[in-house]
Design a protein around this ligand. Sequence first.
Ligand SMILES: *Cc1c(COP(=O)(O)O)cnc(C)c1O
Length: 475
Amino acid sequence: MNSSPHPTPSGSVRTTGQQLRRRSWAEPWKIKMVEPIKVTTPQQREAALSAAGYNTFLLRSEDVYIDLLTDSGTSAMSDWQWAGLMLGDEAYAGSKNYYHLEEAVRRHYGYKHLIPTHQGRGAEHILSQIMIRPGDTVPGNMYFTTTRYHQEHAGAQFVDVIIDEAHDPASPHAFKGDVDLAKLERVLKSAKRVPYVCLAATVNMAGGQPVSMRNARAVKELCARHGVPVMMDATRAVENAWFIKCREPGYSEKSCAQILLEFCSYTDGCTMSGKKDALVNIGGWLSLNDDALADKARNLVVVYEGLHTYGGMAGRDMEAMARGIEESVQDDHMRARVGQVEYLGGLLQASGVPVVVPIGGHAVYLDARRFYPGMPQDNFPAQTLAAELYLDGGVRAMERGVVSAGRDKATGRHHYPKLELVRLTIPRRVYTQAHMDVVAESVVAVYENPSKPKGLRMVYEPEYLRFFQARFELL
Ligand SMILES: *Cc1c(COP(=O)(O)O)cnc(C)c1O
């Protein structure tokens, strides 16, 4: 294994002695089954994209060559996980797979209570309903779409307390997910009531940027002084642990699993989308340490998700997730997972493509503003870039800019986020290095193409989480 966290691209001709001495690492798995994917013509892609209203969410997966829309539920499961599916105990109550899952979550995340949910937003819904009262304020290190929706739906106002560097795509800060403690303290002192602080590990909207252990500890101390619990969005907490291992002094000799446990110990519970770190196609959970709060959550889960021992999941799915958790905390797995993202990021950086730095844990984020200098945010630069990428090579990416940010509830105006990004999200254990090479070449072709589009006009806008279903026309 290469000791450097930044894998060097291979495939280049190695001529010097020094390059020959380089030792590569490769994925700690081999492929047992394949799924064919289709190469399309430019004409086919034009027709498909126009039918999809220039929204990559509305494309048919069949028409996509390399699908980097999301890492959510798109992981390849291992043979051990597939074997686990056959061991599903589909009893309505008390399935043994529930207890396996509870054991895995306790062992690796350390929380006392497990409430399974159909996916992450199910857990966010329940947490928001049991903790938030109208008029509350929920501080968080940058928002996530569904998380903020559920907080606001329950009557809270979300306040961003992430460090300023997170909003600067060019800042090389090693822990851009960190909470700004001064900002947080101001909110804790001035808000009428703060039911909890929402701490997201590897902040998705900031570019997959991690939170340092030091910061998590300090957030916990500050919140404890104010009697406010810390609830983690643990969706990518294992990737966060890997970054701590690579970047934070004192952690290089610790395992990902040890780091994860310590990180979770600074929080009082978590919401979790099992579709990311936990290597399954569907599932999630809510964890809590407080007994009374867990009772409330179990009361609600039966209304919205299912009985408290399945929460919307089949027994077999809980088994696959329990096994996925075990695999996800292995250092070898994380090295290859994050290493592949860094490989793609490295190729783009070497070609001068503007990307968010440092390269994130689950995705490479393209800075759409720098692809189209002068394009107003009202013309949706990131949405435009995602469309162009699909047209060029059949690569599907996702907008994370003004469309995703939605509208201000009070004024009805667009939120204008500083970051106007396109996310190339890498599914876990799915694509090879050759796929990453193809993606990089396509991005470079779009970046260097001298004929720049004017942007898009939104012609249909759904009321909630509009980025999923909005439709556009070319300007
Ligand atoms: C995906 C995601 C969620 C929501 O989880 P779902 O399983 O998609 O409902 C919440 N937070 C973050 C950071 C996510 O990436």
